[in-house]
Write a protein that binds this ligand. Structure first.
Ligand code: RB5
Length: 144
């Protein structure tokens, strides 16, 4: 199961992505929002990140206008490695090298077809471990 959420700026793109997830048979939990009424993106990021932290979701997807506010919020949660992606190469590499567990997207930045390809790369690539695990462990131990 994956957990997905958005604010009003990401609402339309979240709908595109949930339809895509249905089309590929990927189970998901839709954490809202459910219309374009203005909401605060930190409130939605919290729900999705707690799903990933608890293990009820294997990963999360967060969409806001730019993706950036969602990304900044998500990366404040312990154990969360959120990656902002606007291209497919980054989506693949952040799974393989960074073991990212949350994908953030900008609903006002990328179009629907690119978004679906980015989600596909994020969901189908695995962490490579090895030297990358050493680096991710160092990253997770940073307490600046
Ligand atoms: C909402 O207007 C906008 O600020 C939000 O969707 C997001 O882009 C924040 O980073």
């Amino acid at each position: 199961m994956i957990s997905i959420g958005c604010d009003h700026g990401g609402f339309q793109l979240k709908n595109v992505i949930t339809e895509y997830l249905k089309s590929i048979g990927q189970e998901f939990k839709d954490c809202g929002c459910f219309d374009e009424t203005s909401v605060d993106y930190p409130d939605i990021a919290k729900i999705v990140c707690e799903d990933v932290q608890s293990g009820s979701a294997k990963c999360g997807i967060l969409v806001c206008g730019t993706g950036l506010g969602m990304n900044m919020c998500a990366n404040k949660y312990k154990g969360i490695r959120a990656a902002q992606c606007s291209d497919t190469f980054s989506a693949k590499m952040t799974r393989q090298h960074n073991n990212a567990n949350v994908l953030t997207l900008g609903g006002r930045v990328i179009g629907p077809e690119l978004a679906k390809e980015i989600v596909n790369e994020f969901l189908t690539n695995e962490f490579l471990g090895g030297r990358h695990e050493t680096r991710v462990n160092k990253m997770m131990n940073i307490q600046g």
